[in-house]
Design a protein around this ligand. Sequence first.
Ligand code: PLP
Length: 401
Amino acid sequence: MLRGGYLFYEVGRRAAAFAAEHPDAELIRMGIGDVTRPLVPAVIEALHKAVDDMSRAETFHGYGPDFGYDFLREAILRRDYAARGVSLDLDEIFVSDGAKCDVGNIQELFSSDAVVAVMDPVYPVYVDTNVMSGRSGRFDEQKGGYERIVYMPCRAENGFVPELPKERADVLYLCFPNNPTGMTLSKEHLKRFVDYARQSGALLLYDSAYESYISDPAMPHSIYEIEGAKECAVEFRSMSKTAGFTGTRCAYTVVPKAISARDTLGNTVRLRDLWARRVSTKFNGVSYITQRGAAAAYSKIGNEQVLAVVADYMENARIIREGLQQAGYTVYGGVNAPYIWLKVPHGDSWKFFDELLSGYHIIGTPGAGFGSAGEGYLRMTAFATRENTIRAMERIKRGSV
Ligand code: PLP
């Protein structure tokens, strides 16, 4: 059974209660990871044109291909993979309406006794969807997690890099650049997971929704940059944070044909075929209009515009990181990811959330909401406007609103 409420509901509830009591307070929202900049001009232009296509019988589009239009999948292959030396086939790319749905739905392919391992702190969707499917035991208050789920703690002491699970794990969820810690994983570290998966037969689910925020040239953008990953890893990508599609909805999942799985009869099957079966049974594709908009983000001009927006958010990240450091805080992340992971001086993340809200009128996200290893930290996002980001840091440095 699922425990507790959704983290962002409680954050919203406390913020609303404070706002009701203090109607003049100008709250600065640095909690929920939603973008604030509009879609870039190349995308808007393509969306308008696609709407016009729908108005004429000759260019009208009804049901599209379940796995996405080739014009988008080809653009993905070219810019996200071939450009980084990774070759994939078109039928290994599945376009969807969001990485949240995909990372949440993929567990439908696994048997109910599969053992799932997650990083702690963690994007809650990985855990909650497995709990909803009965793949966990009860929530153990002492352990701070569910029975039968393997947790890989990521703390300052291990550089926020998960260690390989000591218990058996069939499926490992990895997320880099990480939400919420903002940390990335080097090729050497990632290789350890790939080697582990190949040796043990485990499956890696690699969520790289924040890949476009990587600035360090040494960091891998895709798990397929690691040799052997195509045999053991599924990769999830999203247009949400890259191209501002949080409200427009477009993402994709890569399931290489080289990954094999065992079905209930003991037959060896391709995981790609199972996912294709699931997608075509339960999904009717992303709208033509949306996919045209997404493809425009992959054009030369669209890509330049999108990267300029990402750079702008990353300037906010720098302002937050340096502002907090100047105010005497220890911070992590914010270099290759839009998230800054602040070490809470007294260690109580919900108490610090309340102090930040009442003392500075700033809304963050308490680390405890991402898992027990998140206690002692608070997440801030770089998605606020530049003006609000600067104002927030001024308040913190000044020590008052
Ligand atoms: N994966 C991670 C790690 C995220 O943080 C988010 C959104 O916050 C998502 C996936 C969801 O992406 P989408 O908007 O494509 O559903």
